[in-house]
Design a protein around this ligand. Structure first.
Ligand code: PLP
Length: 496
């Protein structure tokens, strides 16, 4: 198994795990960091402050302006909801982009329910937000702009300094989700004039469940907390701080600061070799930016290949479909759609993210496997050469995810001699056509004007291959193609 999903989560660096273990077992640091009256409490507090300095240094902000959260999701929520609510008396308008992480998008949608207005910026064709487009979207009542630093699906990096400068001109606060960029590319959020920045430990070889939010002093009075309690983290994020998580996060950040250039050089080599190995494959669309990009991430859309089948052909690669198909809803990625990638291409997208410790060898193996998977699936979809003895029925479309060609050859006795399908479709649909190719020969073409009942019907096939009910529609496309092929045979017999 090759792990190519570092954009979803990175493994914990062994040095970080050791640091966390030490923090958990150290009797000198098992106090509550808020307990300043005894040594174990003060030791825990010291470990936390050391880590705060390490994380702050990585992103170029003063340590006292960084607060710990449970991750970038919470940081995004606190920034967007906290500021919009805190500034609600001054205006209720926000600006963000269509390609943000759900943690920002859904927080904005929540604010709409609370009476705020949101302007959703569209990225340019290259995935970047133009500063002029942002300037044009600002209104007298705009309180906050939230634009991510690096996109989690495409790796496109925004010019946050330029976007923040536009906000400064108009005295609007600027938040950036830096979960993907921190630790992978240089970040200088104080210098760049950023007011709020979200980061996450598990995207930089630290533990899951810990993150941070940078809050510039000028923003702090306006930020309303989401939780209430013991007053920790300036009252903005109360609750006992997780000493071991934070200690691990701190070390992860300091390792990233030291090794990020080295990591980036290697990741860029992996990406370069990966792309070169696939350069001769036709019908590929690369969704990442040529220069403004995360070093280790590539997003690749493949034509004439169905997305779910593509992933199913790659069991030895741990990668993401580029959030291409939100599997619960079956919708293609909103990020790719916003970039102008057609739906049928967006749904067959692979996001490959290389990480620490990987080499060109991993890139070469992954590229070879992907190439083979593409060849296999395209061969199944290719139109086989057919002479007049074959009768064809075609149904569905790539756009709806299933495109089937059914071809029949029928003997003088009216029985089916041979059946072949070519398919663009999911693995369940593939299993159904394979089953039918074996089952149909020898049966009558029709019985009483209907398909031979021994074939079964769409619902039976779905059950036989273990397909979930929501896939019944795809089985019906197969049935349509079979019916059209049958009609073609009947028509031909009439004509002759
Ligand atoms: C991973 C990620 C998040 C969520 O971070 P968690 O720490 O898992 O909550 C938010 N935004 C972006 C861009 C991410 O990549």
């Amino acid at each position: 198994m090759i792990y190519l999903d570092h954009a979803a989560s990175t493994p914990v660096d062994p040095r970080v795990a050791a640091r966390m273990h030490a923090a958990l077992v150290d009797p000198l640091a098992h106090g509550n960091p808020a307990s300043s009256t005894h040594a174990p409490g003060r030791a825990a507090a010291a470990a936390i402050e050391a880590a705060r300095a390490q994380v702050a240094s990585l992103i170029g902000v003063p340590a006292e302006d960084l607060l710990f959260t449970s991750g970038a999701t919470e940081s995004d929520n606190l920034a967007v909801l906290g500021l919009a609510r805190g500034r609600g008396d001054f205006g209720r308008h926000l600006v963000t982009s269509r390609t943000e992480h759900k943690a920002v998008l859904d927080a904005c949608k929540r604010l709409v329910k609370e009476g705020h207005a949101v302007t959703w910026l569209e990225p340019e064709a290259d995935g970047r937000i133009a500063p002029d487009a942002l300037r044009a979207a600002l209104r007298a009542d705009t309180q906050l702009v939230s634009i991510m630093h690096a996109n989690n699906e495409t790796g496109v990096v925004q010019d946050v300094a330029a976007l923040a400068a536009v906000c400064r001109e108009r005295d609007v606060f600027f938040h950036t989700d830096a979960a993907q960029s921190a630790g992978k590319i240089p970040t200088h959020f104080l210098r760049d004039g950023i007011d709020l920045a979200s980061v996450s430990a598990h995207k930089m070889y630290g533990p899951k469940g810990i993150g941070a939010l940078y809050v510039a002093p000028r923003v702090r009075p306006w930020l309303l907390p989401l939780a209430f309690g013991g007053g920790q983290e300036r009252g903005l994020r109360p609750g006992t701080l997780a000493t071991h998580q934070i200690a691990g996060f701190g070390l992860a950040a300091s390792l990233a600061a030291r090794e990020q250039q080295h990591d980036a050089d290697i990741a860029a080599t992996c990406v370069r070799d990966f792309r070169a190995a696939l350069a001769a494959v036709p019908g590929l669309r690369w969704n990442d930016h040529p220069t403004a990009r995360l070093p280790g991430l590539v997003s690749l859309s493949v034509s004439d290949v169905e997305g779910e089948s593509l992933l199913a052909q790659l069991p030895e690669l741990a990668l993401s479909s580029g959030a291409a198909c939100d599997s619960s809803r079956g919708e293609p990625s909103y990020v790719l759609r916003a970039l102008g990638v057609p739906a049928e291409l967006a749904q067959s997208t692979l996001r490959i993210s290389f990480g620490r410790g990987q080499t060109s060898k991993d890139a070469a193996i992954a590229a070879a496997m992907i190439r083979e998977a593409i060849d296999t699936l395209r061969a199944r979809y290719a139109d086989p050469s057919a002479d007049a003895t074959w009768h064809t029925g075609v149904a569905g479309s790539q756009r709806i995810g299933t495109h089937v060609r059914c071809q029949l050859r029928v003997g003088g006795d009216g029985r089916v001699q041979k059946v072949r399908f070519s398919l663009y479709g999911c693995p369940h649909t593939q299993a159904v056509v394979t089953l039918l190719e074996a089952r149909w020969p020898g049966l009558g073409l029709v019985a009483d004007g209907r398909p031979d009942p021994a074939l079964g019907a769409a619902a039976d096939w779905a059950r036989e291959v273990g397909a979930p009910v929501e896939k019944l529609g795809r089985m019906l496309v197969v049935e349509d193609a079979m019916r059209l092929a049958t009609l073609a045979v009947i028509d031909a017999a009439r004509g002759s």
